[in-house]
Design a protein around this ligand. Structure first.
Ligand SMILES: [Zn+2]
Length: 131
């Protein structure tokens, strides 16, 4: 087994060229180390990026509907035990991740979401138009 330290701080560049070299990161989909020159690159390839995002889109549609019912139609959500359904879906997704992805997470961290959408941390709700 080869241990690779990903996202670890380098010991210190020997040259300016080393300082500018990309640091290895793990692909969010396949877990393989990659060293894209793009600082925020999360994937080793377009294939991995599409697989990651397609799975999230496929899984997310039902989560969206159930969460919106939970948040905005409480009586129906309570009658159908929507919180329980959401947890069952999440448990099933995690079981798939363990079986098919060697346990790698299939979701981005909340910090990554906030980095892309900092307005979510605002106290006031914003209405997004034209998307
Ligand atoms: Zn990959």
């Amino acid at each position: 087994m080869i241990a690779v330290r990903l996202n670890a701080a380098p010991a210190g560049p020997a040259t300016e060229r080393d300082a500018l070299a990309p640091h290895p990161r793990a692909c969010l989909e396949c877990g393989a180390p990659h060293a894209s020159p793009i600082a925020e690159a999360e994937f080793c390839s377009n294939r991995c990026r599409m697989a990651f995002n397609n799975r999230r889109a496929k899984r997310g549609a039902e989560l969206y509907d159930l969460f919106m019912a939970l948040r905005h139609d409480r009586a129906v959500a309570t009658a159908f035990k929507v919180w329980r359904l959401l947890n069952r879906l999440a448990a099933g997704f995690r079981a798939e991740d363990v079986a098919e992805r060697a346990g790698r997470r299939s979701w981005r961290s909340p910090a990554a979401i906030l980095a892309r959408r900092p307005h979510l941390a605002d106290e006031r709700v914003r209405v997004r138009r034209g998307r």
